[in-house]
Write a protein that binds this ligand. Structure first.
Ligand SMILES: NC(=O)c1ccc[n+]([C@@H]2O[C@H](COP(=O)([O-])OP(=O)(O)OC[C@H]3O[C@@H](n4cnc5c(N)ncnc54)[C@H](OP(=O)(O)O)[C@@H]3O)[C@@H](O)[C@H]2O)c1
Length: 272
């Protein structure tokens, strides 16, 4: 795994230090592993989760720079597995300060008439229902210390409609509303809940072909090319672009920030 300079030289932020414990669901993925690396470099202890034992272990090993990083297997669609992962984290370190929920699957880009029941269930269960399981389990832990930060990771697809994406976009829109709902439900316990919405980024979830001299074009399942002229900052996202906002929202710098969505998309969302 290649980490860039931003991750190699993390900032010092109030509220993130050697005593911090952060759970990153989907932490074995592209964005999550960059966030885990930065947190470890800052001394924080990090539990990364995913469905693949090999992937979480490999990732935990490769992103450990300072603070301990462990890999836990947990399918977010299982309430019991989510609860067990949170309990393992509590057993090991005694508390949880932050939850970053990146776990998600994409859809096949099929139309309403073609999408099958399995896909509807899988995308909604992973991208929305699992987030409720996670927030519930972590909030129970965070309430004990009357403090916590939860970050759900959405997408431009949660706001803008792309034809034939009848599951991914609506699930992400629901995820954002879940953050707002939980900001209200949990504010009284000192728990902040926010959303970050990344722009299009080459990853396992969303693949891109880049030909030198030509605008990069997405080949993700919606089939809609996104040339960089549609991105005010003129480039696709990079995994490391998202680390700064994740760290900010986890830190005490954001202690009065809850219920918001922060776009990290090179300006794509403001372009008509
Ligand atoms: N990359 C983009 O262009 C882009 C753009 C907008 C938004 N986003 C959002 O950003 C987040 C992270 O994206 P990424 O690019 O880092 O994706 P990624 O590399 O595919 O990572 C996805 C992570 O989620 C885990 N996961 C998937 N299904 C799971 C399940 N049922 N239970 C537990 N873990 C599960 C994966 O591990 P296992 O497969 O081992 O379970 C992996 O760790 C996602 O929420 C995505 O929707 C990405």
């Amino acid at each position: 795994m290649v980490m860039n300079d931003l991750v190699a030289i993390p900032p010092v932020l109030p509220g993130i230090d050697g005593n911090s414990v952060i759970l990153i669901a989907g932490g074995s993925g592209a964005i999550g592993s960059h966030a885990a690396a930065a947190l470890s470099k800052m001394g924080a202890r990090v539990a990364i989760t995913g469905r693949s034992r090999e992937r979480v272990d490999d990732c935990a090993h490769s992103v450990t720079y300072g603070g301990e990083v462990i890999g836990l297997v947990a399918d977010i669609t299982s309430s019991a597995q989510v609860k067990a992962a949170v309990e393992s984290t509590m057993d090991r370190w005694g508390h949880i300060d932050g939850l970053v929920n990146l776990a998600a699957v994409s859809d096949s880009g099929r139309s309403l008439e073609d999408v099958d029941d399995d896909e509807i269930a899988t995308v909604l269960q992973t991208n929305l229902v699992g987030a409720i399981y996670l927030a519930r389990a972590c909030a129970d832990a965070m309430k004990k210390q009357a403090k916590g930060s939860i970050i759900n990771v959405s997408s431009i697809g949660g706001h803008r409609v792309t034809p034939n994406r009848v599951t991914y976009g609506p699930a992400k829109a629901g995820l954002e509303h879940l953050s707002r709902q939980l900001a209200v439900e949990l504010g009284n316990f000192g728990i902040r809940v926010n959303t970050m919405s990344p722009g299009q980024t080459p990853s396992l979830l969303c693949h891109f072909d880049e030909t030198p001299g030509q605008a990069p074009v997405s080949s993700d399942p919606d089939g809609n090319p996104t040339p960089t002229r549609r991105i005010p900052l003129s480039r696709l996202g990079r995994f490391e672009d998202y680390v700064g906002v994740i760290l900010f929202l986890l830190s005490d710098l954001a202690s009065y920030v809850t219920g918001v969505n922060i776009w990290v998309d090179g300006g794509t969302s403001v372009l008509r």
